[in-house]
Design a protein around this ligand. Structure first.
Ligand SMILES: N[C@@H](CCC(=O)N[C@@H](CS)C(=O)NCC(=O)O)C(=O)O
Length: 233
């Protein structure tokens, strides 16, 4: 039976921009599992009500329903131990949990300010009012105020990436020799931007640029071929 993933889409069905859904899709590809990524919009709450919560990704695998990208990664390694692991043991999993929290709290909040207006411009028409109202309430300001001074916001985002640069000069991947879940956590942030915004986040001489190229090229350019903007635009 095919695995189903509810996957956030923008105005077009094939514009898939959720960083957390990207984590889940990269994890599924890493495990070599077939899946169908079903387009879902912010206001399609009824479609995932069966999961008992209101956010995507939601994964349905036979009789199992799993939500939250972190839980999905844990589930996949537990349910398919014979396939390539997303984590190399308990220690790597604990460190990855820290990395996931850092990405959520530091990196995403910084990047959100850079791309918020591009997100608003490319979400589905039916999601616009909900997105504006819910995010303005969360930020305590308008979307336009939140996204003001984009050059400074981009500089802040690039600065937040600084600890990764020496690591990626030494290693091909955050997880070491091959890609692992830590790479998909970080890559989710870049796909969030790439699928929704023409902004150039990295310069070609940045070690992160070459790392991102490696991720874009996995599984026959799976992520590169997703609808979005060329990273060098
Ligand atoms: N901690 C969750 C976060 C999931 C999340 O925030 N998903 C967003 C899309 S990126 C969502 O479904 N938002 C719906 C809403 O805001 O109503 C995870 O890792 O999966």
């Amino acid at each position: 039976m095919t695995i189903t993933l509810f996957d956030l889409a923008g105005s077009e069905d094939d514009r898939r921009f959720s960083p957390y859904c990207w984590r889940a899709k990269m994890a599924l590809k890493h495990k070599g599992l077939e899946f169908e990524a079903v387009p879902w919009r912010f206001t399609d709450k009824d479609a995932i009500a069966f999961s008992g919560q209101k956010l995507v990704p939601v994964l349905v695998d036979g009789g199992h329903t799993v939500y939250d990208s972190w839980n999905i990664a844990l589930y996949l390694d537990e349910a398919y131990p014979q396939r390539p692991g997303l984590f190399e043991g308990y220690e790597s999993r604990a460190l990855c949990e820290f990395f996931s929290q850092w990405a959520f709290r530091t990196l995403h909040s910084s990047l959100f300010k850079v791309i918020v207006l591009d997100i608003f411009a490319r979400i589905h028409e039916k999601d616009r009012a909900y997105f504006r109202e819910s995010r303005e309430k969360r930020f305590g300001m308008t979307l336009e105020e939140f996204g003001a001074e984009p050059k400074q916001k981009l500089a802040d985002f690039r600065g937040a990436l600084e600890p990764l640069r020496p690591v990626l000069v030494q290693h091909q991947f955050v997880s070491g020799k091959g890609p692992g879940y830590a790479d998909y956590i970080l890559f989710g942030a870049f796909q969030w931007a790439r699928t929704i915004s023409p902004i150039r986040l990295l310069e070609p001489e940045d070690p992160l640029f070459a790392w991102r190229e490696r991720l874009l090229g996995l599984w026959g350019n799976y992520a590169r071929e997703a609808k979005g903007f060329p990273v060098w635009a």
